[in-house]
Design a binder for this molecule. Structure first.
Ligand code: SF4
Ligand code: SF4
Length: 354
């Protein structure tokens, strides 16, 4: 099993054409990483460092590079595209794969063709039907963005691109899963990933136990709606983890925490184990122009074996749980463990004792 960095997120800017009510970075302006977007050269430096790291013997997977927010990455599209093109031209046969999470509003036919040309797979943030999406995912003038996002999705489909949807799993979506699944079924989406809403006021956030209860209902609804072709990224991640092949990224949208050891995030020029740790000096792993191998070493110095989740006392069938949750004084792994046991039975994961 890989014990190397397998996923790198790059937050290239902190500006956005939307102003979602639950956006962590806009809800807490002090948390913004600052106005200066990464330049083409700086993105190029990061990609070159990831490429060098990918040649190390412990790296046995192609590394996923995901362009994400604390802002809208398409507002930095020219810089991203140029840096990726440069890597393709200068590092033939490199082992990096490119992804992006976008709010979809700026997707044009031209950008989509350019994404195809550089092999970048986008996923689009969409919280279901307009009745759910538009109450939170709004423009700066307060107008809902659903129609704009759906136009971007249509363009992806017209270009023959697979459409993956990222849904922020807030209280509203959890309370209206029927409405949500009806919409997903009507639209014929093929892939959905739920991203648990956290670090916002309790009345909209989804707590750790609520999240695992919701995942269970999501698995049941997928079946109830007969959505055999729909892939729910979170459930697939648990299936892989239970088969002994976890992607060590994040339990908020995957199965297994890889903070700092297998998963890092560049918040513009600073590097952290996880986006939720941004701005906390304790968790800062370094700067954008340093070699990647230094970051897991520093993570180890911060948390040691206790934090990394590899010791037996913290092992679960699906691997380490969320480090932030584990640090809470009232932490109990029971909600996740119950879900895992239920899912292993239901999904009949071969070779799993649960
Ligand atoms: S699209 Fe993303 S970065 Fe922009 S406001 Fe919404 S949640 Fe925040
Ligand atoms: S610490 Fe929690 S939020 Fe951060 S990467 Fe790990 S699972 Fe995700």
């Amino acid at each position: 099993m890989s014990d190397a960095i397998e996923r790198v997120c790059l937050s290239v800017n902190s500006v956005c054409n939307l102003k979602c009510s639950y956006c962590y970075f806009f809800a807490k302006p002090d948390a913004l990483p600052g106005p200066a977007s990464l330049t083409t050269d700086e993105i190029g430096t990061i990609l070159e460092n990831i490429h060098r790291y990918s040649l190390r013997p412990e790296v046995d997977k192609r590394i996923k590079v995901n362009f994400v927010g604390s802002g809208e990455p398409l507002l930095s599209w020219t810089a991203i595209r140029t840096a990726v093109e440069h890597l393709h031209a200068t590092r033939l046969g490199h082992r990096l794969r490119f992804y992006m999470v976008t709010n979809g509003v700026l997707l044009t036919a031209k950008i989509i063709e350019e994404m195809k040309a550089i092999g970048l797979s986008p996923s689009v943030s969409l919280d279901g039907p307009a009745s759910l999406h538009d109450s939170d995912r709004v423009r700066h003038n307060g107008r809902g963005s659903h129609a704009d996002v759906m136009r971007g999705i249509s363009r992806l489909r017209e270009a023959g691109m697979p459409v993956a949807i990222n849904t922020t799993l807030g209280r509203k979506v959890v309370d209206h899963l029927d409405e949500y699944f009806q919409f997903i079924a009507e639209q014929g989406f093929e892939k959905v990933i739920f991203d648990r809403l956290v670090d916002v006021p309790d009345d909209v956030a989804v707590s750790y136990p609520e999240f695992y209860r919701a995942l269970r209902r999501i698995a049941e609804m997928k079946e109830a709606y007969g959505l055999d072709r729909l892939e729910i990224g979170n459930l697939e991640a648990y299936r892989r983890a239970l088969s002994g092949k976890p992607d060590k990224v994040c339990t908020m949208f995957g199965s297994t925490c890889g903070a700092g050891f297998n998963n890092i995030i560049y918040m513009q020029r600073d590097v952290y184990p996880c986006g939720r740790m941004f701005g906390q000096e304790r968790w800062k792993l370094g700067r954008f122009d340093e070699p990647l191998e230094r970051f897991p070493e520093r993570m180890s110095a911060i948390v040691g074996q206790q934090g990394c989740g590899t010791c037996a006392s913290q092992q679960s069938a699906a691997g380490p749980d969320c480090l932030i949750e584990r640090e809470r004084p009232d932490y109990t792994s029971e909600p996740r463990e119950s879900f895992i046991a239920w899912f292993a039975q239901r999904a009949k994961v071969p070779g799993n004792p649960a």
